[in-house]
Design a protein around this ligand. Structure first.
Ligand code: ADE
Length: 419
């Protein structure tokens, strides 16, 4: 197979390899799967098109899929998340086709998606459903050859479930995000840490004593609120879902509408998956110097077009920090409203991506074994696989847990026994 590429600089490969190997140290579950894949070749001859953040953790997933016998092509799932040295090492050291350059414009981003789809995939692997939507909109001839797709993130799963409900989805998709070993850990602890990492790398601001406003109290918002509180922030949560709002209250956070939070916050972070959550009307009410960023998948959560139009002045004041002036007041937007954890930092740590990407690798194997049974729907990863990933992860951490005794098993499966 010829290796194709459109990357920044092939000379970055040695630096990239070192970083990929560093991440691998914290990915024991994926390593174990790779060793088995090398022997069993469950993906022999399978063409994979992958649209994921091009990070060191993703590189270890690509190595695993290739070890299983797959022909892999990779593009970025966000124009700002590509690590150029990782892309270079994937091509030169690991023989994988990559189309991704940090900071690529929108046109190049979509050209890279098309080049990745030129691999004529049997399986698509998405983070945000851009491959699936491009196939359905512009590359429908590929559909007959696609056995199934996999999807990494909440936003992508929401899009795909909407397609399935409309009867528009033309091949099955496995929602990796819905695995417990994915969203309980990646979304919560991964986003919690990597988002604050991105904010701090971009601004060097002090979180302690700040008022941090978090929009959205899903798994990402929960993790983020907990970590911000742990660093000494006064946390305000905004929500539209009354149940999630009560949860935030009982977790000890202030809850209020964005309009009320706007003049109170020093730092605003959106993790809702929805559009225009922080709007111009809010930005105008904010304190001088307030910082706004997004850690949701798409750059739609901050009403940037309206803010750009209304600003009397805009200028870059540090890398990833753009200052907007409204009259006498300034607010700063980080990373053009793109996900801050991957734009200004390195995304989630390898320790947590280990489980997410174990789910991806095993979902691809599952597709090859079960595609004939799958309908044009969105499926979860089978619970058995989820539980197995948790068990291997615990073992890798040298943590043992109890087992049910025969008496306990019987008790749990009987309904006659009361007090
Ligand atoms: N999504 C969040 N963090 C990530 C990482 N480190 N690699 C790939 N995708 C991610």
């Amino acid at each position: 197979m010829t290796i194709k590429r459109h990357i920044k600089n092939i000379k970055l490969a040695a630096a990239g390899k070192q970083k990929i190997e560093w991440a691998e140290r914290s990915m024991p579950v994926l390593r174990l799967i790779r060793e088995r894949f090398k022997k069993e070749k469950p993906l022999r001859g399978v063409n994979l098109a992958c649209c994921l953040h091009v990070t060191t953790e993703t590189a270890n997933l690509m190595r695993t899929l290739k070890a299983g016998g797959a022909n892999v092509a990779l593009c970025a799932s966000n124009p700002l998340s590509t690590q150029d040295e990782t892309a270079s090492a994937l091509v030169k050291e690991y023989g994988i086709s990559v189309f991704a350059i940090h900071g690529e414009d929108n046109k190049t981003y979509y050209r890279h998606i098309h080049q990745t789809l030129d691999n004529k995939p049997h399986i698509t692997m998405d983070d945000g459903a851009d491959l699936v939507s491009t196939v359905h909109k512009d590359r429908a001839k590929l559909i007959d050859g696609i056995l199934a797709g996999t999807e990494e993130t909440t936003t992508g799963v929401i899009r795909l479930k909407a397609m399935a409900a409309d009867g528009a989805l033309r091949f099955p998709v496995i929602a990796v995000n819905d695995s417990k070993t994915k969203h309980f850990f990646d979304n919560r602890y991964g986003t919690g840490q990597s988002t604050l990492d991105g904010v701090i790398r971009a601004t060097n601001m002090l979180i302690a004593g700040s008022t941090t406003v978090i929009a959205g109290y899903g798994w990402c918002g929960r993790g983020l609120a907990t970590r911000a509180k742990g660093m000494g922030a006064n946390v305000i949560v905004t929500e539209v879902d009354p149940v999630k709002a009560i949860e935030a209250v009982m977790d000890g956070f202030m809850v209020m509408p964005m309009a009320k939070a706007a003049p109170m916050g020093d730092l605003f972070i959106t993790v809702t998956g929805d559009i225009n959550v922080v709007r111009l009307e809010h930005a105008k009410k904010m304190k001088n110097g307030a910082v706004i960023c997004n850690s949701g998948h798409f750059d739609a959560e901050i009403e940037l077009p309206a803010m750009r139009k209304a600003a009397t002045k805009r200028r870059m004041v540090r890398p990833n920090v753009q200052e907007f002036t409204f009259g006498k007041k300034h607010v700063c937007v980080l990373a053009e409203g793109r996900l801050i954890n991957l734009s200004a930092a390195e995304g989630h740590p390898a320790m947590v991506m280990d489980m997410s990407f174990a789910n991806q690798a095993l979902a691809a194997e599952y597709v090859m074994k079960n595609h004939k049974k799958l309908k044009k729907q969105v499926y979860g990863v089978p619970e058995k696989i989820d539980a197995m990933i948790a068990s291997i992860k615990l073992k890798s951490m040298d943590i043992a847990i109890d087992r049910l005794t025969p008496e306990q098993k019987k008790y749990l499966s009987s309904w006659e026994m009361g007090t």
